[in-house]
Design a protein. Structure first.
Length: 216
């Protein structure tokens, strides 16, 4: 009977320290085949374009943006970034350094291509963020020629964002969204504390000891 109680307690403790599954949520502004404005070298066009969102959960697992070159023969490098931002009235401001910067990607086709990124970056639930693409991260050109375009999306709040890194403020535009998908969760499952693991081990040792006494 005592052994059974130890077993129930040990199993209960094991269940308590096991990681709970993360609650997943997603955003999907479906591509509609139309294009947004050019983006590219800062000397002639806006440096970045992106889509804003309010974080529905505490971790951005992945996101996708759909881009193409504006003209046949264009080819250049770009990165995707995630920033926190504030909105006061109609003034939008990037906050701090980028929370995420992807590896450099290359685009050289006028056909829209969806690029997916896996930042797995911690967010503050309820705060505002922007996921963007740029040929000039922080004002430093990655090189290449020509301009990029983004594909429009449907089903969002009806505004995408664009701007320059050398200006602390950026802009919302045009009553349309960028084609954008994102998946969110509550982050990596928590690791059991050492004290919890010690209690679990003690319970299992106690159970083994009782079984040995009964056999003796």
């Amino acid at each position: 009977m005592v052994a059974a109680r130890f077993l129930v307690a040990a199993l209960g403790l094991a269940g308590a320290v096991a990681a709970a599954p993360a609650a997943a949520q997603s955003i999907n502004y479906a591509p509609n085949g139309q294009s947004l404005y050019y983006w590219g070298p800062s000397s002639s066009r806006n440096q970045f374009y992106g889509e804003g969102f309010t974080a529905p959960n505490s971790n951005l697992a992945d996101f996708s943006l759909t881009v193409a070159t504006a003209f046949q023969g264009d080819s250049f490098d770009f990165v995707a970034q995630v920033y926190a931002f504030t909105e006061i009235g109609y003034t939008y401001t990037l906050l701090g350094p980028a929370l995420y910067t992807s590896a450099v990607q290359t685009i050289s086709s006028t056909s829209f291509t969806t690029f997916t990124f896996d930042p797995n970056v911690a967010l503050t639930q309820g705060d505002q963020y922007i996921a963007l693409v740029t040929n000039d991260p922080n004002g430093t050109s990655l090189g290449g020629s020509g301009f990029g375009i983004m594909e429009q999306g449907s089903g969002g709040p009806g505004q995408f964002y664009y701007g320059f890194y050398n200006n602390p403020f950026f802009n919302a535009c045009c009553h349309v969204d960028a084609a954008f998908e994102a998946d969110f969760n509550s982050g990596s499952p928590s690791v059991p504390e050492p004290s919890s693991l010690a209690l679990l081990a003690a319970g299992l040792v106690g159970l083994a000891g009782l079984r040995m006494r009964r056999r003796a």
